[in-house]
Structure formats: C-alpha cells, structure tokens
Design a protein around this ligand. Structure first.
Ligand SMILES: C[S@@+](CC[C@H](N)C(=O)[O-])C[C@H]1O[C@@H](n2cnc3c(N)ncnc32)[C@H](O)[C@@H]1O
Length: 513
C-alpha cells in the first residue's frame, strides 16, 4: 500500500482513497452507482436530498455521495454514522486486512483521515457527523427524514437486520435504501450453507455451492428482511413505497467512477514471465514478481525503475518492455516468508527456494514446516507448493477450475439423483394413477346406471298415473254422455206429458164452455 500517496494527499490537502490504512474499502466500481441512485431519488422525492450513510470509514464513499449531489446539481446533505472503533474479532477474522483495519481504528487514524478527506473534498457545509454505532445513533434520528439510506457498516447479520429495519422508519416515501457487499443473494446459495456461515460469524467467506466469496451476514439479512433486491456488482438498492420495498431501476448512463477514486484505482491487467501488469491513473506498469505485493502500490508513481518497474502508455508497450527485461532479475531467496503477490484468493509466498500458494481464507500457515508435513496437514487445494510464481499461479488456476468443476459435478449429481429417484417412482405413480382412474370409472358407471334406473322408474310411474287419469277422464265422459242422454229422454217425456196435459186442458175447456 502506498504511504507515499497518503502523505502527498495529506500535505496537498487532497482526498486520499488508496490502500494505506485500508482507506479504499471494497471494489471501488460499486461507487459508480451512487450518481444513478441520487438521480432516481431526486426524480421521485422533493428536494433536498438527505443522505444517511451507515459506516463511513475514511470518508471515501461519503465523498462519492457529495460528488453525486454536486454533479446532479442537487441541494442536500450527508449524515455519517460510524463509531470509528476497532470492530473485527481477530479470532474469527484473522486476515491481514482485518488486523490492519483494527489497528487504523485503534489509533483514531481512520477518523482523522475521514476528517481530512471530507474537508479536502469540501463537504464540511453539508456534512453531519454522528460518532457511534448505528444502534446508538439511529433510534434518535427523526422518522421519514432521509431520501437515501446507504448501509455499509457492520456486516454481522443482526446488525444488518437492525440497520434495514431502522432505514425503513427513517426513509421518506419513494426514497431509496441501498447498501454495499451483496455479492450473492440468498436464493443463489444453499440455505443450510448460508445458515452455517451466518452462525460461524466470519465476515467474508467462500461459498462452496456458489463458488464465490460473499458476506453471509449481508446476504442473509437482506434476503430475510427485504427479499430479492436490484444489485449491480455487489451494490444493492430498493425503493420504499408505502409499507413496501420494491426493486428499483437505475439510469446506468449516469454511472461513473467518482474523480477522487480515479487516481487510486489500480487494476491488475495480466501477467507475463516474471512480471505483473497493472493499470493506474492512465498509465500501464509492469512490476517484477520479486516485489512484495504490499510494496507494489508505492512503485506506481509514473517513474520507471528498470528492470523492476516499467511504465508504458499502452498495455502492449509495457508488456513488450517486460518481455525484453525477462531474465534480468535474479530473485532473492528469502529466509522469512514473504508475500510476493495475490492470485484468485490465494497469497503467493516465497520462502527460501520454494514458492507457496496459500488460500487466504485458511488463515496463517507455518510454511517453515517440511513440504511433506505441510502436504499432510493441509488440503492440496489450500496450500500449493512449487518453485516459481508463474507455476504456482497456473496451479492455482487449475485448482480453482477443478473446484468449480467439482461443484458443478456435485450439482449435476444432485440433479441426476433427483431425476433417477423421480424416474424410479414413475411406474408406481403410473399404477396408482391407473388404479385410481379405473376405480373412478367404475364408480362413475355405477352412478350412471343408478341414475338411469331411477329415471326409468320415474317414467313408468308417470305413465301409470297418466293412464289412470286417462281412464278416469274416459269414464267421466261416458257418464256425462249417459247423463245427457237420460236428460234428453226425460225432456222428451216431459214434452210428451206437456202435450198430453195441454190436450187435456183444451178438452176440459171445451167441455166446460
Ligand atoms: C466497510 S467500512 C465503510 C466504508 C465506507 N462506506 C466506504 O466505502 O468508504 C465499514 C464501516 O462500518 C463501521 N461500523 C462497524 N460497525 C458499525 C455499526 N454497528 N454501526 C455503524 N458503523 C459501523 C466501521 O467503523 C467502518 O468504518
């Protein structure tokens, strides 16, 4: 790491975002998304844009928020919450980076650098500093006071859950909740593996099922409290809408690495025999593999020290220079272990005539042990022994490739086991299906027959009733006809009697007159 660049920045009143004191935290590419987040927030929530940052360290991300506000011409302010105290348990997280962060916090150096950086970036008028943990500070902040809450503090599961719950209370409607360190979402990893990793309390671990390093506390907390979120290279965001958190779309055309990070943005571009090739601040460098990795940053100054450090304007130019110098450097055989590089989560260490590749996640390894003892004690996928840096790098590539292939094979095996067991169950399922369909068919047919029988009986009864009614009607008709005839006969007899009476009356009148 470069203390030269740090001292230059301190003396010149410029922000420092380099590797010394671990000032630059995490992949800087993630801060490209701050401007799109501010833009998305400003489009939905009235000014001013009030940003709450949980976890500020050296102030590098706070400056990125300030730059985003300025670039987008937005009125707003930034509240930084951080205890600026050592917070890693070295028994659990013993990699150098954690020791160095604890050391930087112990001596208040990091808080001083935060103050220097934010002042050098001209943030003092819009900055509110709350020194304390989020548990101490957030409950005292007023409800619905912030437009953006950025979570980049403790990675412990319970702390991230707490920060998200508080953020929901603190955000204005349509505001944005975002954070760092979400390399994997919880759907991308076996649940048991994630639960065990959270239980283990390690900050950053390798997932066997997803074959990637990730922060288990962040993955578990975001997954449980929010669910699936929008994520770009480990930077995640959601928008709060009423009581809900929704995925958010960012205008990625407005994304860009903030200028205070650019001079410190160092990228490994590749390797060529005996040299590692880097890009930093517009220049390409070839640095001899004999240089310990912690010193590399010090040498990327723009000056050439052939054959140790070579500089070029293009990748091709520096590569050719390195190839021309290959073999000019006799590599010293150190008697103490020396980290001479890093490759795919391995430290490359030289000791005497040997070169070792040591997986970073297994912690410190006693390399002074005899090679055969080391091979017995450690998995060959974790400690690799060889004689050249390039050879070790190639073998690390093979080991990692093999691990990926093994993981894939395991996944394929799981899938094919599942397929086999499903396939074996198929005939039984088919029999079950057939027997239940034939049972159903029989049941259906008997129901149908019963219904048909009931219908036939009903029809028969109806016909009987009809016939009886017909008979009754015919009898009534016959009786009516008979009655009519009798009435006719009676009428005739009455008429006859009437005629007789009339004649008798006539006769009687005639005799009496
Ligand atoms: C990854 S660093 C933040 C880096 C910073 N955001 C940046 O990108 O420049 C994490 C920070 O969280 C702080 N921190 C740890 N535990 C915390 C807690 N419980 N509440 C608030 N901050 C915490 C640490 O002191 C440290 O400064």
């Amino acid at each position: 790491m470069s203390y030269r660049a740090l001292s230059e920045a301190l003396l010149n009143g410029k922000p420092y975002a380099g590797a010394a004191l671990q000032a630059l935290q995490g992949p800087p590419e993630r801060q490209r998304y701050f401007r799109p987040v501010v833009k998305a927030a400003a489009e939905a929530v009235p000014a001013p844009i009030r940003i709450l940052e949980i976890g500020s360290w050296a102030g590098v991300s706070a400056i990125s928020w300030g730059t985003a506000l300025k670039d987008l011409n937005q009125e707003g302010d930034i509240t930084c919450v951080d205890p600026w105290l050592p917070y890693f348990d070295i028994n659990l997280n013993n990699a150098d980076v954690y020791r160095e962060m604890n050391r930087a916090a112990e001596r208040s150096l990091i808080y001083k650098l935060f103050q220097h950086n934010t002042t050098a970036a001209g943030l003092q008028d819009i900055l509110h500093v709350k020194q304390g943990s989020s548990r101490e500070v957030l409950p005292h902040l007023p409800e619905r006071a912030f437009t953006i809450v950025y979570i980049d503090g403790s990675h412990a599961y319970e702390d991230v859950v707490f920060d998200i719950e508080q953020a929901k209370r603190l955000l204005r409607d349509c505001g944005i909740l975002c954070g760092d360190d979400l390399e994997l979402q919880n759907g991308e990893i076996e649940p048991k593996e994630l639960a065990d990793a959270v239980q283990g309390g390690h900050d950053f671990v390798l997932s066997g099922s997803a074959t990637r390093h990730y922060h288990p506390g962040v993955t578990a907390a975001v997954g449980e409290v929010i669910g699936k979120v929008s994520v770009w290279e480990g930077f995640w965001a959601v928008r709060i809408q009423g009581a809900h958190l929704k995925q958010v779309a960012l205008d990625l055309n407005s994304a860009g690495l903030p200028p205070h990070i650019l001079p410190f943005f160092q990228r490994m571009e590749g390797q060529t025999a005996g040299y590692s090739l880097y890009f930093q601040a517009g220049r390409y460098y070839a640095v001899s593999d004999s240089v310990p990795s912690e010193v590399v940053g010090e040498l990327l100054t723009g000056y050439e020290f052939p054959p140790i450090v070579l500089v070029g304007r293009t990748f091709q130019e520096v590569k050719e220079k390195a190839e021309a110098c290959t073999g000019q450097i006799s590599v010293e055989r150190p008697h103490e272990p020396q980290i001479v590089g890093q490759h795919r989560n391995f430290n490359i260490v030289r000791l005497k005539d040997l070169v070792y590749g040591v997986r970073q996640s297994i912690g410190e390894v006693n390399l002074s042990l005899d090679s055969s003892l080391l091979a017995n004690q450690y998995d060959q996928q974790d400690v690799i022994i060889g004689t050249t840096v390039d050879g070790i790098k190639t073998r690390i590539d093979c080991v990692e490739l093999l691990r990926n292939v093994e993981c894939l094979e395991q996944k394929i095996q799981l899938m094919s086991d599942h397929f086999e067991s499903t396939k074996n169950q198929l005939p039984a399922w088919l029999d079950q299906f057939r027997s239940s369909t034939s049972k159903l068919q029989a049941q259906f047919a008997s129901e149908l027959a019963k219904i048909a029988q009931e219908l036939a009986q009903e029809r028969e009864q109806r016909q009987l009733v009809l016939r009886a009614a017909e008979q009754r009607a015919a009898e009534s008709l016959r009786q009516a006809v008979e009655a009519a005839k009798a009435a006719e006969r009676l009428q005739r007899r009455i008429d006859d009697r009437l005629t007789e009476v009339t004649a008798l009356v006539k006769e009687l009148r005639r005799k009496t007159s």
